[in-house]
Design a protein around this ligand. Structure first.
Ligand SMILES: [Zn+2]
Ligand SMILES: [Zn+2]
Length: 339
């Protein structure tokens, strides 16, 4: 269910716009997501109309919407307007990490490295990321993302590591270190040695860029569906065809945790859990002109809930309750280390 061709992206954007008409209270995340698909489909002018539509209404994250609009405009020949919007955001100094992230990435993409760096430093300072961070697990995804981007920009500017760079390194748990990924000299030194190795390195860089772009184009988490026990009972009573998807509630919970850990291990950023209910699932099936008994709808239902902004970030922070609703700390419940 991952759209790949421009036509897929156009179709997905249309589906999201239909959902937005159905759930006006969720129009902000849905329109942002639809605009991202339109950008991926190459229809940048239409994406701009969605950003304008959002900015003309009341939105929770006006600066993020403006940042997306600027990024999009700059890509199709509207550089002065894009720069003016970015200057406006920088001057407004919003407490919205995602808006800063998009601003910095846009500047970086157009070789404005000093300005990108200054923006990221301002953002982290304003968000109160201290010089000494004791509990790194308490750092939210959005802040971590600012630290990673700043780490990359600083390597491109040939600046030495500072405290926040060290923190970025510490937070990055993938097998290839950030210093390796962000080393601008690496390509030169490898190029003279071994072309096969150069190819491999280029592939790695592209992979990093690709996952970054994927995260950018989907500002909402990759979410896994969670049925609370009474809802699952009701679902399976009404639609016994789904029994094979969910043999028991306990197994369903273990599946959720295992899927998320697998996605995290594969380097998927920004993970979340969406809570399912029978009435909302039935409404979704109806909107897709399908039957709730159709198991193929389940992942689409999860994606739609996430696009409506309904995902809760996974994993829970240190000391927080488990996502399953047991009331027990995550670390003592589904977050217990597996061997
Ligand atoms: Zn580093
Ligand atoms: Zn649990």
């Amino acid at each position: 269910m991952r759209p790949d061709t421009p036509a897929d992206h156009t179709a997905e954007a249309e589906r999201l716009l239909r959902t937005a008409a159905q759930y006006p209270e969720d129009h902000e995340p849905l329109l942002l997501q639809a605009a991202a698909h339109l950008e991926l489909a190459g229809d940048r002018p239409k994406a701009t109309t969605l950003y304008d539509r959002l900015l003309a209404s009341k939105v929770d994250h006006p600066h993020l919407v403006k940042a997306f609009k600027a990024a999009n405009l700059w890509e199709y020949g509207h550089e002065p307007e894009a720069r003016a919007i970015i200057e406006g955001i920088r001057a407004a100094a919003p407490l919205d990490p995602a808006a800063w992230e998009i601003v910095a990435e846009t500047l970086e993409a157009h070789d404005e490295l000093d300005l990108a760096h200054a923006s990221l430093t301002t953002a982290l300072t304003m968000l109160g990321v201290g010089e000494e961070v004791v509990d790194v697990t308490g750092i939210p995804y959005s802040t971590q993302s600012l630290l990673t981007t700043r780490h990359r920009v600083r390597r491109l500017l040939a600046l030495p590591h500072d405290t926040w760079d060290t923190l970025a390194d510490e937070l990055h748990t993938a097998p290839i270190t950030l210093d390796e990924l962000h080393d601008p000299k690496r390509l030169w030194s490898l190029g003279s040695e071994d072309p096969a190795e150069l190819q491999a390195e280029l592939a790695r860089l592209r992979a990093e860029l690709g996952s970054y772009r994927a995260a950018l184009s989907r500002p909402f988490p990759v979410a896994v569906l969670h049925w609370p026990e009474p809802e699952l009972d009701e679902l399976l009573t009404a639609y016994p065809e789904l029994q094979s998807e969910y043999p028991t509630h306990a197994a369903h919970l273990l599946d959720i945790e295992a899927s998320l850990r697998e996605l995290a291990a594969a380097g998927t950023p920004n993970l979340g859990i969406v809570t399912a209910t029978v009435p909302s699932y039935e409404a979704f099936a109806a909107s897709e002109s399908s039957s709730p008994a159709n198991a193929d709808l389940l992942p689409q239902y999860a994606t739609t809930l996430a696009a409506r902004g309904r995902a809760v970030a996974w994993p829970p922070g240190r000391g927080a309750d488990c996502w399953c609703g047991s009331g027990v700390a995550y670390g003592d419940c589904h977050g217990v280390a597996q061997t």
